[in-house]
Design a protein. Structure first.
Length: 454
């Protein structure tokens, strides 16, 4: 009897709880706008007017583009702003959908996102359910949903593609087509094409070649607009809710330099996409590259800790982990990222929880810390603003700067540690399954679920 209700509760419970929180937020916005704004200030610090601001900006830019405006440059139609997404998104303007439908579209895609969390492999026990629910019903999720950022659509596409990877060859080919579509819409999902390396060598070569041809065709056809979009990709303040390997060198250069020094000019570039590169950024990028190499070395040294635990999970959870870990690591090393992109950490949790159940010793302790760190990172904005309120209440505003710097340093350390652990597990997965040149298992052994079987 217990098992009869526990299984659907574990599968749908997170979505139900998130729906309840979402409905409460909608009610609060209508009934007490001031209270809603106050709540958002504690969750992400950036309440928007109106809600679904990112979706509204995309639909608004589509209307301007359809009427002939160059949306990659400031214009009267764009109220002096710019469109910094991929050009393929603008073609959705041909459908006739405009900013007037922002709220309805936002509610639909966010309801689908919440429901889609139930597609992930269901938790096997109460601790796993609590870990994953705490991660899903988080400040990062609130930030994503309140803005209706396009990463919601990317998450759904990644989820659909990952589901296809669990089936036969036609479906797997469809998975990479979905990843290519996501890349054409938001650029950064290009990291997912690394998953082709787990295919058998002939298929991998063919898929890489086809993906390269299609990406090249997209770049050639949209080259002017793509160049405009890349040039104005927003740069995220490293001291806000963000993550990326660039945060520490940028942040340190600003903390330990006078405002009129090289670091001051670096900040000018950082907040102004039209400001050219200067010599100070060459140093910052060099520091970032050195840190990346050190992080990759640390990941390779940590990999052996997870070797036994990584062999335990069944094939249902491995594609989700691989997709989520590749996206998080790729985005972390590739660019500065707004905090809502951390939502892809949710894809890694089913596998990490299975690994935790099957591990012991140092691996078990490391995995427990990793899951806890993921939950903390997804709640980091709420922790920061709550701590800021507490500091002000207890000590006044005098310690604001010290608290902010200390919290930033702790956040950056935690991000680096989490990414290194995800890379370590990825190394084990790719090394054990690699490019899958192994002969097929005999029928009597085919039921064994190993890393080389997806």
């Amino acid at each position: 009897m217990i098992q009869s209700w526990r299984q659907p509760l574990f599968r749908f419970g997170t979505s139900i709880i998130l729906f309840a929180a979402y409905g409460l937020a909608i009610w609060l916005e209508q009934a007490n706008r001031a209270g809603y704004i106050k709540l958002l200030q504690y969750l992400d610090g950036e309440p928007n007017f109106p809600p679904f601001a990112d979706l509204h900006a995309i639909l608004f830019a589509g209307v301007c583009w359809r009427h002939g405006a160059n949306v990659y440059l400031p214009s009267a139609c764009m109220n002096g702003g710019v469109f910094n997404y991929a050009p393929l998104l603008l073609r959705a303007a041909y459908s006739g959908i405009g900013p007037g439908e922002t709220r309805n579209i936002g509610l639909i895609i966010e309801a689908v996102f919440i429901l889609a969390l139930a597609i992930l492999p269901a938790p096997l026990n109460l601790p796993e359910f609590l870990f994953r629910t705490a991660a899903a019903v988080s400040a990062t999720t609130a930030y994503l949903l309140e803005r209706a950022n396009f990463d919601i659509i990317v998450f759904l596409l990644v989820l659909a593609g990952t589901l296809c990877l669990r089936h036969g060859r036609p479906a797997r080919a469809g998975a990479y087509a979905i990843f290519l579509l996501a890349t054409a819409l938001k650029f950064y999902p290009v990291f997912l094409l690394a998953m082709i390396a787990r295919e058998r060598r002939p298929a991998a070569i063919a898929l890489f070649a086809l993906a390269a041809i299609l990406l090249a065709a997209d770049l050639i056809y949209f080259h002017t607009e793509t160049a405009g979009a890349v040039h104005i990709i927003p740069r995220i303040d490293p001291f806000k809710e963000s993550f990326g390997a660039m945060d520490i060198p940028i942040g340190l250069s600003l903390l330990f330099s006078a405002p009129d020094s090289f670091a001051g000019r670096a900040l000018l570039y950082y907040i102004n996409p039209y400001h050219p590169y200067g010599p100070e950024l060459i140093t910052i990028i060099a520091v970032k590259l050195a840190a990346m190499l050190a992080g990759c070395l640390a990941a390779s040294l940590s990999a052996r800790r997870y070797r036994a635990a990584t062999a335990a999970p069944d094939q249902a959870v491995l594609p989700f982990f691989t997709a989520g870990a590749i996206l998080i690591a790729g985005c972390f090393f590739g660019a500065e990222n707004a905090g809502y992109r951390a939502i892809f950490l949710l894809l890694t949790m089913p596998c990490l929880c299975r690994m935790l159940e099957a591990s012991s010793g140092a691996a078990r302790a490391g995995l427990r810390l990793l899951l806890s760190a993921i939950v903390l990172l997804l709640w980091q904005a709420a922790l920061y603003h709550s701590g800021l309120w507490l500091m002000q209440t207890l000590f006044g505003p005098g310690l604001f700067v010290a608290y902010g710097i200390g919290f930033w340093a702790a956040k950056e350390f935690l991000w680096w540690w989490v990414v290194i652990q995800l890379l370590a597990i990825l190394l084990v997965i790719f090394k054990s399954g690699a490019i899958a040149q192994k002969p097929r298992q005999p029928p009597q052994a085919a039921s064994a679920q190993t890393l080389s079987d997806w």
